[in-house]
Design a protein around this ligand. Structure first.
Ligand SMILES: [Zn+2]
Length: 432
């Protein structure tokens, strides 16, 4: 069964960089995407694809709209929808005051099921089709999340949060119990359909050295696992890590010591790192999830994108909801632009959309499956509507070229601009 979607098509072949290199993207003003059995069969000019389309091809006409690969959110907490927009704290108080009590509710499986469905439906309504997700410490929060993702045929990474110290009793696990839970969840979910397991120590302060060592053992032992955590988000947090792990040179060095770096490891934030850390991250091919909305909202600091990219580190964009204030990667891009303005850097729209699609896939080492419309990739995509938001319609209507329209979309867009989202070539969301 073949399906052809016609519209303006944009996808990326590499990082456009700071002075955008046109060879790094393909743009078809009147383009088409041919999907067969959930995979990309062909992309190009609509006239050529229409001429060759076999009889019976289902044609969806989205002319005037922009078809992009589904957004990739490289760091987000499915259990924190209740925490979004919580007033007046920075990281460590925010965790204690808002986040831990909200995560406690996930002990109840029915709550987890309800929230996983709501979370994934809101992702799809925002055009996001893949994410690296933190449920909670509760094993059942991972089961309900993976079940909801499997029902929607989504490519998702997630894993049980590990935390065996410096947290409330009601969220505390222990090394042996956590290892047994991880092994059981991995056996039942890892590699099932489009799901992948990510070992998820919350962050160094809430795991004992023994628990971090256990995570490192599993990471080395079981092929294809991902690993995700937080790194160098907030200055008080970093001070605390130095007190807890006095023998380690830096925060990154704690994770390195326990074998938690590597090409399938991704760390959120990484705002306050030094040159030695960055050399080590590049050498181990450890990736960064850049969370601009969250970093602004919790007041953590300004990430330096050029510094990370110049060091050769893969970087994806991330909402980090509930520290972040929106699941929409368009809004995350706008905040990334503003953060980088304050660093004296200019995030051009080509690079921003690359970071939110192929760049995110690369940061998660999933670029062989998703991220652009290369033939054979999984056909997850979103259809964006420049006319859906009055001020965006006005601004893009007077734009002199496509780059200007694209920039207006990333600065003024949000989930209202998402007309539809497709998963494996099938309609998964349509704007009401
Ligand atoms: Zn986070």
């Amino acid at each position: 069964m073949q399906r052809l979607i016609r519209g303006t098509i944009l996808h990326f072949l590499g990082d456009p960089g700071t002075e955008p290199a046109p060879a790094s993207w393909q743009l078809f003003a009147d383009g088409a995407l041919l999907v067969e059995d959930g995979l990309v069969r062909r992309v190009g000019e609509a006239a050529a694809l229409l001429a060759d389309a076999p009889e019976g091809t289902e044609i969806t006409d989205c002319r005037g709209k922009l078809i992009l690969p589904g957004f990739v959110d490289t760091h987000v907490h499915s259990a924190q929808l209740d925490v979004i927009a919580s007033y007046g704290t920075q990281l460590l108080d925010w965790l204690t005051k808002y986040t831990f009590p909200a995560e406690r509710l996930f002990k109840d499986e029915a709550h987890g099921e309800r929230m996983a469905g709501l979370f994934l439906d809101r992702l799809l309504a925002s055009g996001t089709t893949t994410a690296a997700v933190y449920p909670t410490v509760h094993k059942q929060s991972v089961d309900t999340f993976f079940a909801a993702a499997a029902a929607r045929k989504l490519r998702m990474l997630a894993g049980k949060v590990l935390m065996d110290r410096n947290c409330p009793d009601y969220l505390r696990d222990d090394v042996a119990g956590a290892e047994a839970d991880c092994r059981d969840l991995i056996a039942r979910w890892h590699g099932k359909g489009r799901l992948g397991y990510a070992l998820t120590p919350r962050f160094a302060p809430t795991s004992s050295p023994q628990q971090l060592a256990m995570a490192g053992r599993l990471f080395q032992e079981i092929p294809g696992l991902h690993l995700q955590s937080h790194l160098a988000e907030n200055l008080d947090e970093i001070k605390w890590v130095h007190e807890l792990f006095p023998a380690q040179r830096s925060y990154l060095d704690v994770y390195d010591h326990f074998g938690l770096l590597g090409p399938r490891a991704i760390y959120g934030h990484c705002i306050h790192t030094d040159a030695t850390d960055r050399v080590r991250m590049a050498a181990t091919r450890t990736a960064i999830a850049f969370c601009p909305s969250s970093n602004l909202f919790i007041g953590s600091g300004l990430f330096d994108l050029d510094q990370a990219r110049n060091a050769g580190i893969r970087v994806g964009l991330a909402s980090d909801v509930g520290g972040g204030t929106s699941l929409s990667m368009l809004e995350v891009m706008a905040d990334a632009y503003k953060v980088l303005q304050l660093k004296g850097q200019h995030l051009n729209p080509w690079r921003a959309f690359y970071l939110a699609t192929l760049g995110g896939a690369e940061a998660l080492s999933l670029e062989d499956r998703i991220g652009n419309f290369a033939v054979g990739k999984e056909a997850d995509f979103t259809v964006l509507d420049f006319d859906a938001i009055p001020i965006l319609k006005h601004r893009s209507g007077i734009a002199r070229d496509f780059a200007e329209r694209l920039f207006a979309l990333m600065i003024l867009g949000d989930d209202r601009a998402v007309a539809a989202t497709y998963v494996l070539g099938e309609l998964a969301y349509r704007r009401p």
